[in-house]
Design a protein around this ligand. Structure first.
Ligand code: 1BN
Ligand code: ZN
Length: 365
């Protein structure tokens, strides 16, 4: 019989220690994983709370395109190519308007190489309550594409995406007012899920649309959020990231021209899309939106893959609701994408649908 030496005893002990440490780590890992799964499940079971008919009518009567145009849209309708004065001033306008509406504003500033050299970009991220476990992100890009002017006519990208940005500022006002009112009356102390408005920079290519010359802001922000632990320490310990906090990423793009149609492009958000369809139907029934074929007709006739700011979020597993008009406006990426192409009637209708959607999502009845 072999007598164990001191060496082999120590060896066995070390092996035991390593094995039990490995077992402990893997059980910590699997505990964190199951906690993360449980956390992610909440986005799937979130219920929207329908407004009453009376609240719906009241809300739909409050709107006015004139106010929307003069307060928000007019200030964005200008050249806003990264690095220009217009870009800087629109950025300042977005931040101050959001703060005035009661939102907490953060900036994600970074420098990235582009085919035209290093450029500075700034994403703007606003939350109504930055302490909530979950967020519903609503996003649009605020930069405009670099294009050569002709006969003193400059590219102001009205549908791409000045109107989407103005719609988001309008949502900021509606949600901010409701939130302040509800806190005052003590109806809510805290929220389960907060709206998050993201104004992305550098969506447009400087030369040719390709992976490393486009969606600069979205690529940066998705990466940052993926690696940032959740703000809540308990969730952070469960390996939950700031990106996991996103219920969905709703992207608005190419909005403002006549006859817009939005298809149900992602199965992960078909439930949200169907909710938009329901709102469109209810508003049509009470005569609060104009006669139109249908803004939300359902699934597209064939598979459609549209490149846009949602891609880095999609690749990281975030549910995507892509509200982009298909077909694209006929003026897309031409100098004609200006104020003249805008259709106040459909913008007003979409404004009402989006207002109702967010109020129902956050239970702000
Ligand atoms: C949308 C608006 N996009 C740019 N401005 C994205 C896009 C680029 C979609 C190229 C299709 C082709
Ligand atoms: Zn564009």
């Amino acid at each position: 019989m072999q007598v164990p030496t001191l060496y082999s005893c120590a060896h066995a002990l070390a092996l035991l220690l390593v094995t039990s440490l490995a077992l402990m780590t893997s059980s910590v890992d699997s505990h964190a994983n199951s906690k993360r799964e449980e956390f992610l499940q909440k986005r799937k079971v979130h219920k929207l709370k329908a407004l009453t008919h009376q609240a719906m009518r009241r809300l739909a009567s409050l709107n006015s395109y004139e106010h929307f145009y003069s307060t928000y849209l007019k200030n964005i309708l200008r050249v806003r190519v990264p690095g220009t004065v217009g870009h800087h001033e629109v950025k300042q306008f977005l931040k101050s308007t959001l703060r005035d509406s009661g939102w907490t504003v953060k900036e994600d500033e970074f420098i990235s190489p582009t085919p035209l050299g290093n450029k500075k970009f700034t994403n703007i991220v606003a939350t109504l309550d930055d302490t909530t476990d979950r967020k519903l992100a609503i996003a649009a890009h605020y930069d405009s594409k670099l294009m050569t002017p002709e006969n003193d006519k400059y590219f102001i990208a009205a549908t791409d995406s000045a109107v989407p940005c103005a719609l988001m500022l309008d949502l900021a006002r509606v949600l901010g007012d409701k939130y302040i009112e509800k806190r005052k009356t003590g109806e809510i102390q805290s929220l389960d899920v907060s709206p998050m408005l993201i104004f992305l920079d550098g969506e447009e290519a400087f030369v040719n649309w390709q992976r490393n010359d486009s969606i600069y802001g979205a690529r940066h922000l998705a990466e940052i959020l993926e690696h940032a632990p959740h703000d809540n320490e308990v969730h952070a310990r469960e390996a939950i990231s700031s990106l996991d906090a996103m219920d969905a990423f709703v992207l608005l793009d190419l909005i403002g021209a006549k006859n817009p149609q939005f298809f149900d492009l992602h199965d992960s958000t078909t439930n949200l899309y169907q909710h938009l369809q329901g709102i469109e139907q209810r508003l049509t029934e009470v005569g609060k939106i104009g006669a139109h074929l249908r803004y939300f007709p359902g699934k597209p006739p064939g598979p459609l893959g549209v490149e846009d700011d949602h891609i880095p979020f999609l690749e990281r597993g975030v549910p995507i609701l892509h509200l982009i008009t298909i077909p694209f406006p006929s003026v897309w990426h031409t100098l004609q994408d200006d104020e003249e192409v805008l259709d106040p009637q459909s913008i007003e209708d979409l404004r009402k649908i989006l207002h109702q959607f967010v109020l129902e999502y956050f239970h702000f009845d």
